[in-house]
Ligand binder design. Sequence first.
Ligand SMILES: NC(=O)c1ccc[n+]([C@@H]2O[C@H](COP(=O)([O-])OP(=O)(O)OC[C@H]3O[C@@H](n4cnc5c(N)ncnc54)[C@H](O)[C@@H]3O)[C@@H](O)[C@H]2O)c1
Length: 268
Amino acid sequence: MEQSAKRFINKHIIITGAAAGIGKGVARRFADEGGKVIIADRSQESGEAVAKEITESGGTAAYIRVDVADPDSINELIKKAVGVFGPIDIAVSNAGISETQSSALEISVEEWDRVYDINTRGSFFFCRACAENMMNNDTKGAIVTLGSLVARSAKGMSGAYASSKAAIIMFTKTLAKCLAPMGIRVNCVAPGIVATEIYSGVEKEMMMEKDSFADWLVEQSIASGQLLIPRCGTAADIAGAITFLASDDAAYITAQNLSVDGGMDWCW
Ligand SMILES: NC(=O)c1ccc[n+]([C@@H]2O[C@H](COP(=O)([O-])OP(=O)(O)OC[C@H]3O[C@@H](n4cnc5c(N)ncnc54)[C@H](O)[C@@H]3O)[C@@H](O)[C@H]2O)c1
C-alpha cells in the first residue's frame, strides 16, 4: 500500500491490545511512519513478538504488559511507558473483547462484567490516564478509541459488547469536550467486520458450522445488499483511519465517531 509521508517521527504512541488483530496493524502503521510505539497488551508472548518484528524491520517499539481491566495496571503502564519513550503524544485505546453468548437474553452477570471491565471501564481509565500525562506535559496530543458497527446497529446478539461500544462513543465525546481547552483531540473509530481472534469465542459458543464467523457475517451482509464494499475489512483499513485521526491531518477534528465498515447498513 502506498503510504503518506512519515507523520509520526519522534512521537510516542501507546496502543492497548496491540499484540494481535487490529491493534497489531495499527502499531505497524504508526511505526512505519516513524513513531515510537508501545505495544501494551496482557498477552506477553505475542506482545513481545510484535515489538521484535517492528524493531527488526527498522522501527521503534517496546512491549509493556497491561491488563486494562485493572486501573493499577494502567497506571503502572503509563509510568513504564514514560520511562521508555518519554511523555505520551498519542494514545489508542484498542484492547477489547466480545462475550461468547449468542443472545442478550442469555448473558450471565460475570460475562457482562468481564466485557464492561475491559471494553468500557478499561478504555475510559486508560484514556484518562494518558490525557493526564498529556496535560502534565502540555502535550497537544490525540486519543483514539475503538467503537464498533454494533454500537449503532443491533443484531439481537452481543448485548454487553454492543452497549459497551455505544458507551465508548459517548465517553469519547465527553473527554473531547473536557480536553479541547488543552489542545487534546479525542475521536472514535468504529470498525465493521475484520476477521480477528475476537470472533473465536463466539464461533465456538454459537457452534456454527462455519470456518469463520466473520466470513459468514460478510457473506450474509453482501448477499443482503448491506455491505457496499463487498469484502471483509482488514487491520490496515482500520489503521489508516486511526493514524489519520491521530495525525495533524485531522487537526480540526474532535469528538467524532468515524465508521470504517465498507458502508455497512445492518438492520437484521
Ligand atoms: N474485529 C472486528 O470485526 C471488530 C469490529 C468492531 C470493533 N472491533 C474492536 O477493535 C478492537 C480490537 O479488536 P480485534 O478484533 O483486533 O481483537 P483481537 O481479539 O484480535 O485482539 C485484541 C487484543 O486485545 C488484547 N486484550 C484483551 N483484553 C485485554 C486486557 N484486559 N488488557 C490488555 N489487553 C487485552 C488481546 O490480548 C489481544 O491482543 C476491539 O476494541 C474491538 O472491540 C473489532
